[in-house]
Design a protein around this ligand. Structure first.
Ligand code: FMN
Length: 127
């Protein structure tokens, strides 16, 4: 994906998510995305269904659908970070999980890892 293509996705996401009170974080590495969405269950399900239909990506895996008592991404209608070699140096413990793109089986096998990565990169993005 080019930066322009990514910017287009984010602009749509930020616009729609603000309207529907959805918050979350999207990270991109090695041609793959990992994303979290939070909000009212029915709204999140509808947003996920819309995203799943989008031809700009494929092979979508839902890692976790859970109830939460408070939002983790309150400040982001859709935070974003494109991960690269600098992030691998800064976050060596996460590097194996994104250096060649996200692998849903590997990441999903470690409980909490996906959310932890998304939260940490969201905070770094904000600082
Ligand atoms: C990786 C990825 C993540 C996306 N995330 C969101 C999102 O969080 N919210 C959203 O509304 N659309 C998101 N989109 C865009 C949707 O797939 C779809 O284009 C959008 O819901 C259409 O909205 P529109 O009818 O207002 O143009 C994403 C698309 C991709 C490829």
């Amino acid at each position: 994906m080019t930066d322009l293509q990514l910017r287009e996705i984010l602009a749509t996401a930020a616009r729609n998510n603000a309207k529907h009170k959805v918050t979350g974080m999207l990270i991109y590495a090695g041609g793959s995305f990992m994303q979290t969405l939070e909000g009212e269950a029915s709204t999140v399900d509808k947003t996920f269904a819309d995203i799943a239909k989008d031809p700009r990506h494929h092979s979508i895996v839902l890692l976790l659908r859970d109830q939460i008592t408070e939002r983790h991404f309150l400040h982001w209608h859709m935070g974003f970070r494109r991960l690269g070699p600098v992030d691998a140096l800064q976050c060596p413990s996460y590097a194996p999980f994104f250096a060649k793109g996200f692998n849903a089986l590997t990441i999903g096998a470690i409980p909490g890892l996906a959310l932890e990565m998304l939260r940490d990169f969201a905070v770094m993005q904000r600082d």
